[in-house]
Design a protein around this ligand. Structure first.
Ligand SMILES: *Cc1c(COP(=O)(O)O)cnc(C)c1O
Length: 378
């Protein structure tokens, strides 16, 4: 498997489960929900959701779209048939049938969505997202009275989202917290949810009834650096497919952006921007290879990058695998070198990369990765 001369991503589902437990423990009393939008941040919707359900009894999930919610409902059919699946972006007319068929709970963001939902399914539970200052998505507080007047609307969870959850100490955290409490008073019977990963780690007071855990589950510290409560989940590696020695004065890669003052040992890796490795990492990113961090030299190509292994303590040969991020090179560090964040690095990873799922060091049980196919257990 690892010997294939292709990039691969190893996904440690036991580390995912451990991160879920650690983040749940940060806000005692709050139910931890798994945010699995965007194919579980690029790591695979079904394997991630099934691991959380089967190993951690996770019973609440969030995705962005109803069609993803329907896929998730099917993926959890045997593992967590009663799981609550919330749809962040809320309902449009065209998706109402899907909500019904897959028992999805909308997150209402506008008065229009509230009217649509309450008239289609009077009394059916819905979540409400109130915008407390981010000015991105959610009902504006001035519309609360109009919302409360809508007949048949049953809000059983109210949520808001922090603008500055990546910055402990940001003044906006306290402002949004106070605004949330103010609005929540209108919904005394509803559950409350304010925190994503960052909020859950910043204060127990942000836990309320339910936390919405995303990036931390996937091994990325929400504050831009590795976090002690969060272990690495994803390891991106790429094989060396050619070795060469260059002379003083030689250059490497497109546009010859990097020239060598002295002879150097180079290794060419099978991975490029076509796999989602950012071109912005050209001449900036590093990889772990030959027992050390080695710099990317020259421009990142579509399928290839070149690294300088001159200073590596161990010999580097064709077939050896370089780590782009993982236990030896934190994803937060790798992302920063490419001018981005761990969220974007993970969600950009391309379909060409082999995915391998592990649990406690061994290949994960196939039953954790996908539901049994129809007929198999009849
Ligand atoms: C994506 C998202 C989350 C999860 O955020 P993380 O920082 O990944 O934990 C929570 N709430 C909302 C509204 C989101 O859009």
């Amino acid at each position: 498997m690892a010997s294939r001369l292709k990039p691969s991503i190893d996904i440690d589902l036991s580390a995912l489960a451990a991160n879920f437990r650690a983040l749940a423990a940060a806000t005692p009393g709050a139910a931890p929900a798994g945010v699995v939008k965007c194919d579980a941040y690029g790591l695979g919707l079904a394997p991630v959701a099934r691991t959380l359900a089967l190993k951690e009894n996770c019973a609440h999930f969030f995705v962005a779209y109803a069609e993803t919610g329907a896929t998730l409902r099917a993926a959890l059919a045997d593992a967590a048939p009663k799981a609550e699946i919330f749809i962040f972006n809320g309902p449009g007319e065209e998706a109402l049938a899907e909500y019904h068929a897959s028992r999805l709970t909308p997150v209402i963001n506008t008065l229009e969505q509230a009217v649509l939902w309450a008239s289609a399914f009077p009394g059916a539970p819905a979540a409400l997202h109130v915008d407390t200052g981010m000015n991105r998505l959610g009902l504006i507080p001035a519309d609360i009275d109009a919302l409360l007047a809508i007949k048949g609307l049953n809000i059983d969870l109210i949520m808001s989202h922090f603008a500055c959850a990546s910055t402990p100490g940001a003044a906006m955290l306290a402002q949004q917290h106070a605004a949330f409490d103010e609005i929540a008073r209108h919904f005394p019977g509803a559950r409350k949810s304010l925190a994503s990963t960052g909020g859950a780690l910043i204060s127990k007071d942000y836990g309320y009834d339910l936390t919405r855990l995303g990036v931390g589950l996937y091994g990325v510290g929400p504050f831009g650096d590795p976090h002690t409560d969060i272990g690495p989940v994803a390891t991106l590696s790429a094989p060396v497919i050619q070795r060469r020695t260059v002379k003083a004065g030689d250059s490497v890669g497109y546009d010859a952006t990097r020239r060598f003052d002295a002879p150097a040992q180079l290794a060419t890796l099978a991975l490029g921007y076509g796999d989602g490795f950012p071109r912005a990492g050209s001449n900036k990113a590093q990889v772990f290879l030959g027992g050390a961090l080695c710099p990317v030299v020259g421009i990142v190509s579509m399928d290839l990058i070149v690294v300088d292994v001159t200073a590596a303590p161990a010999p580097v040969a064709v077939g050896d695998r370089a780590e782009l991020f993982g236990p030896s090179l934190p994803i937060e560090t790798a992302a920063r070198a490419c001018g981005t964040i761990g969220y974007e690095l993970l969600t950009s990873l391309g379909a060409r990369i082999d995915r391998r799922y592990l649990f406690e060091g061994a290949p994960a049980d196939p039953a954790m990765l996908a539901p049994p196919t129809r007929g198999e257990n009849e």
